[in-house]
Write a protein that binds this ligand. Structure first.
Ligand code: DC
Length: 266
């Protein structure tokens, strides 16, 4: 009924991938994007950039008004890494001219980002920008055939018209081990028990917040990633994408994140 009609009328080539921390969204989403030659956009980097900026400016995450203001004015940009930036990054994240790709992954950012992401004003600012990005790239206006967006509320709030919605799941223990491996593989020290405790807390804040909590959209395909390889999960999503969206392939490009005073999509 209505859903079929809607996807025919609103031609947005978008795949929404939601799920808790370390459920595989960015690993899988990046590969799906590459296979289809769709833009991949991990929306969590924007919440992380705001968290990083308030730490830099000495603003408390509890000062909701000040944090909301930062979200409104921060010039965040996401671009495909250049050849010189081949250090394992999926994208280069900048705040103004500053490359914050790795600093937004620090334990300090980790410890406040869920609180920042629960801020009403921050969500209003960032999800509006994310929606514009999704619509732009989903309509092909960004030079690619479509967009894969990963986050917590893409299928429910940011781009509910995405014809294909995926919700990735994995048990907390498994997700903590993945995060531990990611950190140690980058040559950093990590403690598994601390990661597990922090992740449990962040899951709780992300799922219990009043605005846009972590939820599977009712029409999302739920995929349990624990007993599957990355390639198996990618294969499942590609099969669904072929069925729902058809395949697509165009060029490469950067993501413009609109901010006040920018030339972005308003
Ligand atoms: O996926 P991640 O760990 O990089 O996300 C960082 C934080 O941002 C996490 O607390 C969840 C939040 N987030 C969100 O609330 N909505 C999104 N669309 C993406 C991330």
């Amino acid at each position: 009924m209505g859903t079929t009609l809607l996807t025919q009328v609103i031609v947005v080539k978008a795949i929404a991938i939601d799920g808790p921390a370390a459920s595989g969204k960015s690993t899988v989403g990046f590969k799906v994007g590459r296979s289809l030659d769709y833009v991949f956009f991990d929306t969590g980097v924007m919440y992380r950039a705001v968290a990083w900026a308030i730490l830099e400016r000495g603003i408390s995450s509890a000062d909701s008004e000040a944090v909301g203001r930062v979200a409104g004015e921060l010039p965040i940009s996401v671009s495909a890494p250049s050849r010189e930036e081949s250090d394992g990054r999926q994208a280069t994240i900048q705040v103004g001219e500053k490359d914050v790709t790795w600093s937004i992954r620090s334990p300090q950012v980790d410890s406040i980002v869920s609180v920042v992401a629960a801020n009403r004003q921050v969500r209003r600012e960032l999800s509006r920008k994310q929606r514009l990005i999704g619509l732009k790239h989903g309509s092909g206006a960004g030079g690619k055939a479509g967009v894969v967006m990963a986050g917590r509320d893409i299928g429910t709030v940011v781009l509910p018209e995405a014809p294909l919605k995926i919700y990735l799941e994995a048990p907390l223990g498994e997700r903590s081990r993945r995060r531990y491996r990611e950190i140690t593989e980058r040559g950093k020290e990590a403690d598994l028990a601390t990661i597990l405790d922090d992740m449990r807390l962040r899951d709780q804040i992300d799922s219990e917040r009043a605005v846009a909590p972590l939820r599977s959209a009712p029409d999302a395909h739920q995929i349990q990633t624990q007993d599957k390889t990355v390639q198996e999960v990618v294969g499942l999503i590609l099969a669904l994408a072929a069925e729902v969206l058809g395949a697509g392939a165009v060029s490469t490009g950067d993501i413009d994140i609109p901010h006040e005073g920018s030339q972005g999509i308003q």
